[in-house]
Design a protein around this ligand. Structure first.
Ligand SMILES: Nc1ncnc2c1ncn2[C@@H]1O[C@H](COP(=O)(O)OP(=O)(O)O)[C@@H](O)[C@H]1O
Ligand code: SF4
Ligand SMILES: [Mg+2]
Length: 353
């Protein structure tokens, strides 16, 4: 395997919880991200999935240097960027850009589309000299499927899907190698979601981009991801190729998430295994001992409270599609949604005339 473009190891972000106004005392910490590791290969899409509050945006912000990690390492092409500052950091930041979730609030309503998309050139004038910017911005509008003549319009004159295209154009302005897209389609109508996902796929093919694509459910991620990491309470609980995660999940949390995914095929839907999770996600300020999922897991035993399950290939599955990392002491395959075609009757045997 070629060297990954991004290598994330044991990434931690703890936000201090303080008490008092004048004399602030730290009384604890919100463990937003608590030891996350993954690789991103060049040209690949890694999907990160998990319920709201599990730490996805915090991971995204650390990847694009909007937040500093409490601990851990983020390597870009082999260099640890968490230690960089000044010019060296600026050069790396240019190559890792973010597309935000909400196209309604992430665009400044008082700026024209041209100024919004061209804003990154203020920080990196070397990419586009002043006289060249208008042309570059118009080219970007064209690349994301918008009319270049819209350059002087304001965000409110666009639909949600068009605004997300503007956000994507801004993300592309500096010609980055990695795009971190934090729930880029979650705020959009279902009909528009597919168009934006298709656009992202086309841009990836055209420009050789690598994506970290974040979503809160598994349905949208499947279309775009080569590999998927499932997060729960600040940790990755299962990771694998999309076929491994969707067809051979071994972690109870992934299985529960999958059982909630819409299934278009009515026959497959009828055979789907329904898993209803009880209880709420625990507070990241006070996570359970041992396995973070144990307060909602139907398989939990006393060992789950005592020992943190490592994210590793389960000993029970040394090979085959279930042989992918899963942080569960009792990892076991459970096919939640029948694979396409598996429900059809076998073809009739060929008979000689
Ligand atoms: N600046 C912050 N200060 C304190 N807690 C925060 C901060 N940002 C996020 N959190 C908390 O960290 C946890 C993870 O948040 P986030 O990364 O936004 O999750 P997600 O994107 O998966 O919904 C949540 O419990 C959230 O309330
Ligand atoms: S380690 Fe225990 S509590 Fe955690 S997911 Fe596995 S069975 Fe459930
Ligand atoms: Mg988020």
């Amino acid at each position: 395997m070629p060297e990954p473009i991004l290598e994330v190891r044991d990434l931690v972000k703890h936000y201090p919880l303080t008490q008092g106004v004048l004399f602030k005392r730290q009384i604890g910490a919100v463990k937003a991200v608590d030891g996350v590791s993954f690789d991103l290969a060049a040209g690949e899409t890694l999907g990160i999935v998990g319920e709201s509050g599990c730490g996805k945006s915090t991971v995204a912000k650390m990847l694009v240097h909007l937040e500093r990690p409490t601990a851990g390492r983020i390597s870009y092409k082999g260099e640890d960027v968490t230690k960089l500052s000044g010019r060296a950091l600026k050069a790396v930041r240019r190559n890792i850009q973010m597309v935000f979730q909400d196209p309604y609030t992430s665009l400044n309503p008082r700026m024209t589309v041209g100024d919004i998309i061209g804003e990154p050139y203020e920080i990196h004038p070397e990419v586009a000299p002043k006289g060249d910017r208008r042309r570059k911005v118009q080219e970007l509008l064209d690349v994301v499927g918008l009319n270049p003549e819209y350059i002087n319009r304001y965000p409110h004159q666009f639909s949600g899907g068009q605004r997300q295209r503007i956000g994507i154009a801004r993300g592309l302005a500096l010609r980055p190698e990695v795009i971190v897209a934090d729930e880029p389609v979650s705020a959009l109508d279902v009909s528009v979601q597919a168009q934006v996902v298709n656009l992202l796929e086309r841009l990836q093919a055209d420009f050789g981009l690598s994506y970290v694509f974040i979503a809160h459910d598994l349905s949208i991620v499947r279309h775009i991801s080569d590999r998927v990491a499932v997060m729960y309470l600040g940790r990755v609980v299962e990771t694998g190729t999309d076929a491994q995660i969707y067809e051979h999940p071994t972690h109870p949390y992934t299985q529960a998430l999958l059982s909630a995914v819409p299934v278009p095929d009515p026959e497959a839907r009828a055979h789907r295994d329904r898993i209803l999770l009880s209880g709420d996600v625990p507070s990241p300020a006070n996570p359970p001992s041992g396995c973070p999922f144990r307060t909602r897991c139907w398989k939990a035993e006393s060992r789950c409270a005592a020992e943190v399950p490592p994210l590793a290939v389960p000993a029970a599955f040394p090979s085959g599609p279930a042989a992918h990392p899963s942080a569960c002491h009792f990892a076991a395959e459970r096919q939640v949604v029948p694979a396409p075609g598996e429900l059809r009757p076998p073809p009739a045997p060929l008979t000689k005339e």
